[in-house]
Design a protein around this ligand. Sequence first.
Ligand code: UTP
Length: 303
Amino acid sequence: MSTPRKVTKAIIPAAGLGTRFLPATKAMPKEMLTVVNKPIIQYAIEEAYEAGIREFIIITGRGKVSMENHFDYPYELADTLLKKNKLAELEMVKNTLPSDARMYYTRQGEPLGLGHAVWCGHTITGDDPFAVLLPDDVVCRGKNNGLAEMIKMYEETGKSVVMCEEVPQDRVSNYGILKLAEQGAKGSRLSVNGFVEKPKAEEAPSNYGVVGRYVLSPAHMKVLETVKPGKGGEIQLTDAMAEIAATEGYSGYISTNRRFDCGDKVGFQMANLYFAMKDPYIAERLQPFLNEMATEAAKVCKM
Ligand code: UTP
C-alpha cells in the first residue's frame, strides 16, 4: 500500500517554558500572549486552517489549560453577549475555531526539547504526514499562504518540506541551517540533503535558516523515538530532520512573507505594532503617538 500523502493534520508544540517572557509566563502560557486582541496560537491555527489542516494536535504542558478554554465554546459568555445584543463580539467568540476543525490535546510531561514535543503527537498522526507550526513564529499572509505552498510541494514530491529564510551571517548560530544538495533555488524551492542545528557562522553550510513551519513525512516519528539528546541536552527536531534528509531527501521553501519571532520580546513588540497599524481605528490613534515616540527617541540618540 502506498503512503497516504494528503496533509490534514498539524502538530502545534506549546509545552515550552517561555523563559524569555518571565514573569508574564509564570502563570500564563507564552502561546496565549496576545498580538493586539488574539493570542499568538490563534494566528497559527487560522493560518493552518486556511492551508487545509483540519486536525490540530496541541502539545501542552503544566499550567496551560487556558489554551484549551480559549478554543472551547463559552456558553455563558455567548449567552450574555446575545442578551446584550453585542453581535460583533458574539461572532468573535463563536468563530475562534471553525466547526469542522478538530482539536486534540496531549501533554509533554517535561519540556525535553522540540523533537520530543513533536514525537508526543505520534499516536494521533499515526502513518500520516503532518505539518508542524511553532506558534511563536507569527507568519503573515502575503500573496499566498506559505504553508499551503509547502503542503502542495509535499503532496507532489513525497519529500518533507521546511520553511526557510536567508539569515545574516551574524545570526546563523541562532537557527537550524540547511545543507543544500544543489546550489541555488528553483523559484522558491531548494533541494536539501541535511541540517545543522545552530552552527558557528564559519561552519554554517548555507545562509538559509529554518523558520517554524514544517511538513513532515511519517518516518520522522520513528526517528524521533530513538534520536539521542543533541544541542543543549534537548531532543532536537533538527537532528531527526538531518537523518531523514540523508535518506529521503528534503525540500526547502523560501518564504518571503513577513514573519515575527514572537518568542522574543523585540519580535513580539513589532508584531503588535504591525497588526495594530492594520486596524484603521487603532492606526489613526496610534500614528501620532508613534511620531511623538520617534521624535523623543531621536533626541535621546543625539545626547
Ligand atoms: P522555544 O524554545 O522557542 O520555546 O520553542 P520555549 O522553550 O518555551 O521558550 P524560551 O526559550 O524558554 O523563552 C518553540 C516552540 O516549541 C515549544 C514551545 O512551547 C514553543 O511553542 N516547545 C519547546 C515544546 O512544546 N516543548 C519543548 O520541550 C520545547
